[in-house]
Design a protein around this ligand. Sequence first.
Ligand SMILES: NC(=O)c1ccc[n+]([C@@H]2O[C@H](COP(=O)([O-])OP(=O)(O)OC[C@H]3O[C@@H](n4cnc5c(N)ncnc54)[C@H](O)[C@@H]3O)[C@@H](O)[C@H]2O)c1
Length: 291
Amino acid sequence: MTTIQTVGVAGAGTMGAGIAIVAARAGFRTIVFDARQEALDRARGQTEAFLKKSEERGKLPPGAAAAALGRWQGTPELASLAECDIVIEAVFEDLAVKHQLFQALDPVCPEHTIFASNTSTISITEIAGGSGRPDRFVGMHFCLPAQLMKLIEMSPGLATSDETFQRAWAFAEAMGQKPVTTQDTPGFILNYFLIPFNNDAIRLVEQGVAEPADIDLAIKTALGYPMGPLELLDLVGMDTQKLLCEAMHGLTHEPRAACPPLVRRMIAANRLGKKTGRGFHVYGDTKMFGA
Ligand SMILES: NC(=O)c1ccc[n+]([C@@H]2O[C@H](COP(=O)([O-])OP(=O)(O)OC[C@H]3O[C@@H](n4cnc5c(N)ncnc54)[C@H](O)[C@@H]3O)[C@@H](O)[C@H]2O)c1
């Protein structure tokens, strides 16, 4: 049984937009905050299209898409998160940006509000340390694309209270997700594997060993993955991949986690991936969601 009724999502980018769909679809009033109005408009459009498609394909009962959209509210005002029982942060992968957000949020939210971070690589304990409420802080790492993937890696920081962790866990289950517990370590479970693995695929392209399509086909065919590493990277975005690598490499000094130079060149050329229409592959549209 969850104690959460109203959910805040801070950051309406690739992950925040998907997380907000999960919450609104599961019946929670969902308030999405982003500093950029264009990010909110884009997330709203993507949410509407995704929910409509889900209903058309029979994945949602008739009327469920409109009902979920009715529970979804976008705002450029941080103060609108005051009514939230939990706020899930999905802003840039940068400790200073996350601290700044939580420092502004702490006086806005009531005492009982849980703060959660969707960070992929930064320490939950470190983010919590600058949040004003380290005991009511938890890691909730959703997977891309959040609205299709069930896993949430749940990490307590050193100061997280048992009650907070249990409330966040019950909320994850109430959203229909599959939580797993992981300690507060760089990359948790998934990115401990994925960041070096995806970088290896990028280095194969850099070295001219194989074309992106052939690397993806080899991995999908041999390992049974639904997506190849370069297709996945195109969804993740080169800008985010660079931040993930810098954070992971900075903490672990694992050479395979270091950002491959090709990623920086692709960012400079605006080949960020699906969101700009071109990454390792070329896309006919920049829509981020499929139903
Ligand atoms: N992309 C992935 O595959 C993935 C997967 C899991 C977790 N994550 C994590 O999720 C977080 C977000 O990643 P993303 O890929 O969605 O990034 P993104 O760049 O797509 O979106 C970030 C959004 O946050 C907004 N933002 C930044 N600073 C803000 C602030 N101070 N106040 C309000 N809004 C602000 C930006 O306007 C942008 O819309 C990161 O911590 C990342 O590590 C990413």
